[in-house]
Design a protein around this ligand. Structure first.
Ligand SMILES: Cc1cc2nc3c(=O)[nH]c(=O)nc-3n(C[C@H](O)[C@H](O)[C@H](O)COP(=O)(O)O)c2cc1C
Length: 438
């Protein structure tokens, strides 16, 4: 299932792969040029045991089991390109067409996102065609075909001719899959596309070994790919075990080299990062995350424990209009670091959620040449009810109101705001001190 904006024609796609298709690999593949990325296959009842959680620290949405393990982690950046795969283990469903019809029809009728289906070949072309017509009749948006039969192994030749015939005969997009053994360059991807007669192709192993296969400008050395992968693994706090597994696949031909042996001996993310000179990056991200965790805890504690205080803030807010949030806030310069001024924090936040800078409007009071600013964000206006001595100070005060409002109300805001908050709340400890009602 995926977002409505997904287009399954003319796409190069990261295939679903257990353990490989976690967030860092998906992000990396998108960076290199993949149009669509599938997550690893997950089983429906496992998802049903999960709680959807906004992870403010990482800027992600997590589906978390009772024991705290994250089953699926996603983020705003991949929202329009990620596909969530629910699996039925192996190719078992190929011989149960009635069940397939039931599952697909139920999904298509009840899910607002387009539903796609990935299959292997049936024993004969006719049976495969029959199956594909059934899938098509259920209203799915596309069918991905791995051109091997159930009993055929990955080293066996892929039946590109059968995929071609099916793509010719059915009208929904057919996504060709199974070509990795012959794919090690962008030209090979194009050849696979033309041999199968499909406008879209899906890559598993060739992307697992080197995700830069998605690059139009040529494949990158594995060490570059590993560094880029590690960056995402650190950014999204991917587990050491999963990161090690993925890097092991990238290294596969180099596992018997001295680098490979050192890699196998690693026991932590820090060990892995050290091998690729990324220990400084890991240290910086960990420190920033700790700082942010403290900030978030303060914000939450302030809003939970001091509910009275919050009421006071709300009352103090001259908020006669739902779309205009006002607080008695004064910008105190000495409370902020030079590189973490309120306007900068707000700008960084907007950047992280891929939104344009929020516009400020400033008025001047002629009687005493004092200033008051309003910042507009997502249809809401934020301003201080106090006048300031300069335009800049007035803008910082408005930015503080905005940050304060979003931060303090983080646990009660709508899901849309949750997403914004989850993706960019970088409020330093300093700014939290300073965001005070005066
Ligand atoms: C490590 C690994 C994990 C896989 N996990 C899944 C999966 O979760 N769901 C699925 O439909 N296929 C899975 N597959 C199969 C691939 O999606 C793909 O159909 C197969 O590898 C053939 O494509 P290729 O030649 O590009 O590798 C997996 C393959 C590999 C190598």
């Amino acid at each position: 299932m995926s977002n409505n904006t997904l287009n399954y024609r003319n796409a190069v796609i990261l295939a679903p792969m257990v353990r490989i298709g976690t967030l860092p690999m998906r992000m990396l593949s998108l960076d290199y040029g993949a149009d669509i990325v599938y997550g690893e296959e997950l089983i429906d009842h496992k998802m049903l045991q999960c709680t959807r959680t906004v992870n403010e620290l990482l800027g992600t949405i997590d589906f978390v089991q009772e024991d705290g393990s994250v089953v699926f982690r996603t983020c705003e950046k991949e929202a329009n390109q990620v596909v969530f795969q629910m699996g039925g283990m192996g190719a078992a469903l190929l011989s149960q067409p009635d069940k397939v019809r039931q599952i697909l029809t139920t999904l298509v009728e009840n899910v607002r996102k387009p539903v796609t289906c990935k299959i292997r070949l049936c024993p004969t072309l006719e049976e495969t065609l029959h199956f594909c017509h059934l899938v098509e009749s259920c209203g799915v948006a596309a069918v991905a075909i791995h051109g091997r039969r159930k009993e055929e192994r990955p080293r066996h030749a892929n039946h590109n001719d059968i995929i071609r015939e099916i793509a010719h005969q059915i009208s929904i997009p057919v996504i060709a899959n199974g070509g990795s053994m012959d794919i090690s360059s962008n030209a090979d991807v194009e050849r696979f596309r033309s041999e199968t007669g499909c406008s879209s192709v899906m890559l598993a192993r060739s992307a697992q070994w080197n995700a830069s296969i998605f690059r139009k400008d040529g494949i990158l050395p594995t060490n570059d790919v590993i560094r880029a992968y590690l960056k995402y693994a650190v950014d999204y706090d991917n587990t050491y075990e999963n990161s090690k597994y993925c890097i092991q696949q990238i290294l596969h031909e180099q596992l018997q080299t001295s680098l490979g042996f050192s890699f196998k001996a690693t026991k932590s993310m820090a060990d892995i990062c050290q091998l690729w000179d990324m220990e400084g990056y890991l240290r910086d991200v960990t420190a920033a995350r700790k700082q942010m965790e403290t900030s978030l805890k303060r914000l939450h504690a302030a809003s939970e424990a001091d509910d009275g205080g919050r009421k006071h803030l709300k009352a103090a807010a001259d908020d006669d209009n739902d779309n205009h949030v006002q607080m008695r806030v004064k910008f105190v310069r000495s409370d902020f670091r030079e590189d973490k001024l309120p306007k900068t924090l707000l700008l960084e936040w907007r950047r992280r959620v891929r939104q344009p800078p929020a516009p400020f409007h400033t008025e001047e009071r002629p009687s005493d040449r004092q200033f008051r600013s309003t910042v507009e964000l997502d249809g809401k206006k934020y301003s201080s009810s106090l006048w300031a001595k300069s335009k800049k100070y007035a803008e910082h005060a408005a930015a503080i109101v905005c940050l304060r409002h979003l931060g303090v109300l983080s646990e009660t805001v709508s899901s849309e705001q949750d997403t914004v908050e989850s993706n960019g709340c970088v409020i330093s400890t300093e700014s939290c001190h300073a965001i005070e009602d005066v």
